[in-house]
Design a protein. Structure first.
Length: 391
């Protein structure tokens, strides 16, 4: 292991061979379709052990966790180990997945369990950037089952989960911009920009980001964060729309900027602002009154980080902004989404809707999942109770 101050971009997130940069990443799926699509895209270069697929979709959490997923999990662990062997240091795993599919829920959970139990990586942080079903419009029963069954692992094995939902991201783009159509690649670019800003604290500034998520976490289970992102601006509006620092932070606090929407108003427990701009930001690392006005619970002050790098154009129609930011909030209002999820699950399960697709599941899994979900919801709800008592 090298010391912190010896950290370089080389052999850390990228493996550099003959001046070429190869991302140290594994793309894995239980079927081959998406993997082949990524491989066909020649804009990025990948090394051996970056791709792995099985032969069929998992469809359900149970198949992803117990059957289809298990056929490839040992190989996945082996590929991860092979890549880690080429690195100077390993700080954390960044895991992206959509929780409502069978692979994204069941296989992802099993792989993360395996990292701890058979991989020997239990001490390495695992930060998830996860697409949840939208709390407002989700009506796909299998997706609800998959999500609920994955929750115990999301609570128990991950150190942080940054939540997104496709409907909120779609609305976010649609409300701000008059674009003709939005597809997954737009949404994925948005998620990628946020992940890259987070890892960029380390990559571009060589600053320690190990406490970034733990600072947001008042107790181990309460590690679910909502990102608010800004600003998107069409190329023609670029000059007019660039914001000054305070206006910019105010803008990020607007509810419409959230990439995961809950039905309640925000109830901030803690928050962290991540700015991305090339020039040094005078607020970086220091308290700013504007962000402090978020009224975090218990008067907790917000952290400010900066990724010193230029931004990407999130969509081809958009200007490359001088400054973007992501406000990560640990927001007790997700209790309402957790409650809605549990209600939808119970309604479908009590009617035995689509239970057939879950052959091989264990009733114990369902009991644990419902219980964990309810407990998480109650722990978040307690933040509302504390407030009322104080009043
Ligand atoms: N943002 C985003 N969402 C996606 C993408 N692909 C799929 N989704 C969403 O994730 C959900 C699950 O996707 P699937 O492709 O069925 O999931 P999977 O993890 O491959 O699981 P199975 O195919 O069921 O084994 C879909 O309903 C979509 O809403 C993507 O590229 N970006
Ligand atoms: Mg699939």
């Amino acid at each position: 292991m090298k010391k912190n101050n010896e950290t370089t971009e080389k052999n850390y997130i990228y493996d550099e061979v003959n001046g070429n940069h190869y991302p140290l990443a594994l793309f894995v799926d239980t079927d081959d379709r998406m993997i082949h699509e990524v491989q066909r895209n020649k804009s990025g270069k990948f090394k051996k052990h970056s791709f792995l697929h099985g032969k069929e979709d998992a469809l359900t959490y149970t198949r992803g966790f117990y059957t289809v997923g298990r056929r490839i999990v040992d190989q996945a662990l082996e590929y991860i180990r092979k890549q880690i062997e080429t690195m100077d240091r390993l700080d954390e795993f960044v895991i992206t997945s959509s929780i409502s599919g069978g692979t994204g829920s069941g296989f992802c959970c099993w792989l993360v369990d395996e990292l701890d139990w058979n991989g020997g990586y239990s001490k390495v942080r695992k930060n998830g950037f996860i697409i949840f079903p939208s709390s407002k419009v989700a009506n796909n029963v299998l997706g609800i089952y998959n999500t609920v069954l994955a929750m115990p692992n999301m609570i128990g094995y991950f150190d942080s989960i940054t939540m997104f939902d496709n409907q909120s991201m779609y609305n976010f783009i649609d409300h701000q911009l008059d674009v003709d159509f939005v597809d997954y690649s737009f949404l994925n670019n948005l998620v990628a920009q946020i992940i890259s800003s987070y890892t960029g604290i380390r990559r571009f500034n060589q600053e320690d980001n190990s406490a970034f998520f733990s600072n947001l976490c008042p107790s181990p289970k309460l590690h679910f964060y909502i990102p608010s992102y800004g600003k998107l601006t069409l190329i023609n509006d670029y000059v007019r729309k660039e914001l000054e620092q305070r206006e910019f932070i105010q803008f990020l606090k607007k509810i419409d900027q959230k990439l995961y929407q809950c039905s309640n108003n925000p109830h901030y427990i803690c928050s962290t602002l991540l700015l991305r701009k090339r020039q040094f930001n005078p607020f970086s690392g220091r308290l700013d009154q504007t962000i402090n006005n978020l009224n975090n619970q218990f008067g907790q002050t917000s952290q400010i980080y900066q990724c010193k790098s230029s931004n990407y154009q999130v969509l081809p129609e958009l200007a490359e902004m001088k400054q973007t930011g992501t406000l990560f909030s640990n927001d007790a209002s997700i209790a309402s989404s957790l409650k809605a999820l549990e209600k939808r699950f119970s309604y479908a399960y009590d009617q035995h809707a689509f239970i057939g697709g879950f052959e091989g599941w264990k009733s114990r899994d369902i009991y644990i999942a419902r219980d964990d979900l309810k407990q998480l919801q109650h722990e978040y709800e307690e933040f509302f109770t504390v407030d009322n008592q104080e009043i």
